[in-house]
Design a protein around this ligand. Structure first.
Ligand code: MLT
Length: 309
């Protein structure tokens, strides 16, 4: 009997086609991810579950997942999957670590430009007919120091693009060797040094016990006056209240956030503050990245369900 896969989030239909081409039965129900009762009712029929971030694979959902063998996350973060409960049940959890890294790095760079030149506020003001030319004085990126926290797949691309913009790049990453840093043209530093020297700080680490609140109140207070902070990685890495206070006091000149401690973020302490740019977790939202992750997750899940590989 052909294995059955449920796609419960908005994945590119490329994934559906791949499952079908590989002889897997697939149900495409992108609204189910937000309906946990309904999802729990049907999950027992499936061998595989393909998701993005809306579906929460909780221990409770897994109790009903009597046939489930694999959860495939089209994207990088698997924070919406209870990995401990999955592993206890023998359910494999896979992600697609490479498909959206360029797109996410590009979003971080776009956010850096937006916060350096106050583009969203200037746009809103211009379209409101105000023509406030003298209000929006920006800063250049050239020759500024960018502090990159986490220089892995996405952070590494950000380093490369920032060097192309003639920025000086310092990176804090315990997994980065001196040799690799030198090859990347970046200076490996400790976190305190990065905080002290960076004109812009961008985060590119997953949310783990050791990275949670890495930009705590104490660490934010160590930053250079006038710093601008970009977070396109995960909510929970930055103490949002402490950041809001430092923006109000004028110590932090701006922040560009794509991710928030609580999502969906319909209310947040950063909203409405001067020179704060926010987007709704769009880091991976390009046509190219969504095609890539859909294709990769469908191939990986098919290989596992059909060949155990
Ligand atoms: C990811 O983990 O791949 C990104 O945060 C993208 C997303 O969740 O949509």
């Amino acid at each position: 009997m052909a294995p059955k896969v449920l796609v419960s989030d908005k994945l590119s239909e490329t994934a559906v086609q791949i499952f079908r081409d590989r002889g897997i039965e697939v149900d495409f129900e992108p609204s189910l991810g937000k309906d946990k009762e309904k999802l729990a009712e049907v999950i027992g029929k499936y061998d595989g579950l393909a998701i993005r971030s809306a579906t929460k694979v909780t221990a409770k959902l897994l109790e009903s997942a009597t046939n489930l063998k694999v959860v495939g996350r089209a994207g990088i973060g698997t924070d919406n999957v209870d990995k401990e409960a999955s592993s206890k049940k023998g359910v494999i959890v896979m992600n697609t670590p490479f498909g959206n890294m360029i797109t996410t790095a590009e979003h971080a760079i776009a956010m850096m430009f937006a916060v350096a030149r106050q583009i969203p506020e200037a746009d809103a003001s211009t379209q409101a007919g105000k023509w406030e030319k003298s209000k929006f004085m920006g800063v250049e990126l050239t020759a500024k120091t960018l502090g990159v926290i986490g220089a892995g797949n996405i952070g590494g691309i950000v380093c490369d693009r920032a060097r192309g913009l003639k920025m000086k790049v310092v990176a804090y990453d315990p997994f980065l060797s001196e040799e690799k840093a030198a090859n990347m043209g970046v200076e490996k530093v400790e976190l305190d040094e990065l905080l002290r020297r960076a004109d812009f700080i961008t985060l590119h680490v997953p949310l783990t016990d050791s990275t949670r609140n890495i930009l705590s109140k104490e660490n934010l207070q160590k930053t250079k006056p006038g710093v601008r902070i970009i977070n396109c990685a995960r909510g929970g890495l930055v103490d949002e209240q402490a950041l809001a206070d430092l923006i109000k006091s004028g110590h932090v000149a701006g922040a560009a956030f794509d991710v928030f401690a609580e999502e969906p973020a319909t209310d947040n302490v950063l909203f409405g503050l001067p020179n704060v740019v926010c987007t709704p977790h769009l880091g991976a939202s390009t046509t190219e990245a969504q095609e890539n992750v859909a294709l990769q997750v469908a191939e990986q899940m098919s290989n596992y369900l059909l060949d155990g590989a």
